[in-house]
Each structure stands twice: as C-alpha cells, then as structure tokens.
Design a protein around this ligand. Structure first.
Ligand code: UTP
Length: 407
C-alpha cells in the first residue's frame, strides 16, 4: 500500500491523523506504518456507536446438569471421556492472548509467579493440571496456546526456558490472535509511536478463526480431533480436558459444553447460562433484571443460577460450520498508552478510550445444543484477575492450599 492508498483508506474512516508524523519517519518506519494501515480492520470502529447493551432476544432459563446427577454417572462419563482422549479426539486450547491489565504486570499473565515457598508460575499450574489427565489416560493431549502480538515471543521463550514444565514439546503449539485498533473516547485511533498504530488483542472470541488462519486447523483435521476444550489462563484450579466433562458432552450429544458454578448469591456478578430465542446463550449479570435474578424454577431453585467460568468444550465440526458467522465487537473502556499530538508519550492513570473485543461467550449462541455442567467452585475455580482483593493472587493462593497444592 502506498501513501495515497493509505490516506484514502484512513479518510473513509475519519482517521487521517494517523499519518500526522509520516514526514518525520525514515523509509523503514514509513513502510511499517503503511503495512499496518493496510492490515488493520477499521470496520471494528463501527461498534463505537453501538450502545453498550446489544439487542437481546427472548431470554429463558437453561437447566444445568447438576452435581448429584454427575456424581451418579461419573464413572460412565469418565470412561467415555478417557476413550475419546486415547483416540486423539480431544485437544486443549489455552487462551493466553489477553493483556492482564488488572493484574498490573507487563509480562504475559501465565509467567506470573504465585508461589510463596517456591516458584510456581500460572502456566506451570495449568500444565500440572493437564498432566494429571494425560497420566490418567496414559496418552498425551495436543495443547494449543493462543498468544498475541504483545506477548507471543515472551510466552514462547518462557515455556522453552522451563522445558515446557515437563510437557512434551511436540504436543504444544503456539498461535497468535489478531489485533484491533484502540481509540480515544471520540473514536479516533491512537498512535502508540509516530509510526505505529495503538492496537490491542481483539478479544478471546476470535480464537478459532485465528487457529484456522495459523494452519493449526489443518493439523486438527488430520489428527482427527473432534473436541476442543477452551480455557482461560487465569484460573489456576482449571481442570483441562476433564474426562468426566468430555464424557458427559459426548453422551449428551451436545455441540458445546460449559463448565458452570452455582452462583454464590442471586446478585453475583457473573455471566449466566440461559436460552435466547430458544438457543443457548450467556447473559451478563447487568442484563439480568431483578425479577429474573429472583425467579425460581418448579424445584424452588433460582432459575438463572449457573455462572460460566470460561471453560468450554466445543465440537470441532460445529465450529467449522459457524466459522464464517461474524461475532460482534464489544467496546471495552481501558487505559491506553499512546503519544499525543506533540509526539509525547502518555501513560494514562484512568481509562482514556476503548478497545474492541470479540468474546468467546458469543460463540455459544451459534451452537444448537449446550450442556451447562456444574462443578464445585472451591475445587475448580480460582481466577486471578486482580492484584489484590477479589479474584486475586491471594484468593487463588488460599484456594490452592485448600486443595492440597503446595505453594
Ligand atoms: P480477561 O477478560 O480476564 O482479559 O480474559 P485479560 O486481558 O486477561 O485481563 P484484563 O481485563 O486486561 O485485566 C479472559 C481470558 O481470555 C484471554 C485471557 O488471556 C484470559 O485467558 N484473552 C483475553 C485472550 O486470549 N485474548 C484477548 O484478546 C483477551
């Protein structure tokens, strides 16, 4: 793309200011900026005008498979799950492309050391959890790690430095997600440097498209993997490729399974499984009305009681079928480092604009049949979102100790 073409493209979206410092750049920097402008999808900016709340369809409760039922069928599910794992039908996808801004570290979240008496990295906890299953199955599971432009090299180097925490290197693959431009409150894209647009990872919803783009999907097809267990980097008690969960999804003939926990109280701020226009969906806590929060089913239980913990098992054929459906971009208010019109670097202390993210939870609605699968919160949910307080390093440490894990 040359200068005129770049200017044309930017003019279409009202973003000509991105060429403000063009004259000050050397040849290499000019080329880099023009290539970045060419590669950037400015269409996401149209989400700028969308109101925060998307139009929702008709919401109704969706029953979960609860602990007593799971307990009864546990051994049968486990057998089915282990058989699938041994037949290479199950792969795992670690979503590690996020910026982890709330944790306040510049490094990838997975390299965070949460140990007290010894080193214990978040990535290490996850690999440890996965190794428990591969030991049980006596079979290795392919692990695909999604990173972003911001943390890819560091993540790959970290795994290498730690010998993949004992996981066979030929079973771990890394792929990068796409980036999206970051804007100020008026929808003007920020510059990170004079010759570089400010971008951020485009959310965790693009993982399957990014996987396909990286060539990994071809490998998945060749291996015959039929199920992908997608999970977040920050839950250190995360069970990965849990055979009981896998077996339940297979036996129930679902297209997607979602691990869920009973809400601590009706007002807890978690996304809740539901039906939207008869199809599985997730409703955000702020979209639940007071009436819905208090609604009970005929067994006297809260009707909207099961919160998602970002651990899903997707049927690959369904992911392929729905791959061309465009997911919405959500605008999320964040602090965005940038340079101002004089070229001076700014590191804001307060949110100063928006990033655009696609969310994995929006993929659920494309799946026809979903199994919300209840797990015990204290055993499987120790998210590390914040430096202190709720869902922090301290709360996760306490939960690890409670589960007999040496920290
Ligand atoms: P979060 O929503 O907690 O976002 O991600 P985050 O970026 O890690 O943290 P904050 O909000 O900046 O503090 C949930 C999961 O989705 C992954 C994260 O790595 C985490 O596993 N994720 C998020 C991606 O893989 N890519 C993204 O673009 C965003």
């Amino acid at each position: 793309m040359n200068y005129e073409q770049a200017l044309d493209k930017l003019t279409k979206y009202g973003q000509q200011h991105l060429l403000h410092f063009y004259g000050e750049l050397n040849e290499e920097q000019k080329q880099m900026l023009l290539s970045q402008i060419e590669a950037t999808d400015f269409e996401v900016l149209s989400s700028m005008d969308a109101t925060h709340k998307m139009e929702r369809g008709k919401i109704a409760p969706l029953a979960a498979m609860q602990l007593p039922e799971i307990e009864k069928k546990k051994e049968e599910f486990r057998r089915t799950g282990l058989d699938a794992i041994r037949a290479d039908k199950v792969g795992a996808v670690l979503l590690a492309g996020g910026m982890g801004t709330r944790l306040g570290s510049d490094a990838p979240k997975g390299v965070y050391n949460i140990g007290v008496t010894k080193d214990l990295y978040i990535f290490e906890c996850l690999i440890h959890n996965l190794l428990q299953v591969t030991t049980q199955a006596e079979h290795m599971i392919y692990l695909y790690v999604m990173t972003s432009d911001k943390n890819h090299d560091q993540t790959v180097a970290f795994f290498k430095e730690h010998q993949y925490f004992g996981y066979p290197q030929d079973h771990i693959f890394f792929f990068m997600q796409e980036m999206a431009p970051a804007v100020d409150h008026n929808g003007k894209v920020y510059l990170e440097e004079k010759g570089k647009i400010a971008t951020s990872p485009n959310g965790n919803g693009g993982w399957f498209v990014s996987m396909a783009r990286s060539g990994i999907l071809d490998q998945i097809r060749k291996t015959g993997i039929e199920w992908l267990n997608v999970f977040a980097v920050d839950n250190v008690l995360q069970k990965i490729a849990d055979p009981v969960f896998v077996g339940a999804c297979i036996e129930e003939q679902c297209n997607v399974g979602a691990k869920v926990v009973a809400k601590a109280n009706p007002d807890e701020k978690v996304g809740v499984m539901c039906l939207e226009d008869g199809k599985p969906s997730i409703i955000e806590y702020y979209e639940l009305t007071e009436e819905m929060r208090q609604e009970k089913n005929d067994r006297g239980e809260y009707a909207y009681n099961y919160g998602v913990i970002l651990n899903y098992l997707f049927r690959v054929s369904e992911l392929e079928r729905t791959m061309s459906h465009k997911l919405p971009h959500h605008k999320v208010e964040k602090k965005i480092a940038h340079i101002d019109e004089t070229g001076t670097k700014v590191n804001p202390q307060e949110p100063n604009g928006y990033k655009f993210e696609q969310l994995v939870l929006d993929m659920i609605h494309d799946m026809d049949k979903c199994l919300p699968f209840e797990v015990v919160r204290e055993h499987e949910f120790a998210p590390i979102k914040n430096k202190e307080g709720v869902d922090s390093v301290d709360t996760a440490r306490a939960l690890l100790v409670q589960n007999g894990i040496q920290i």
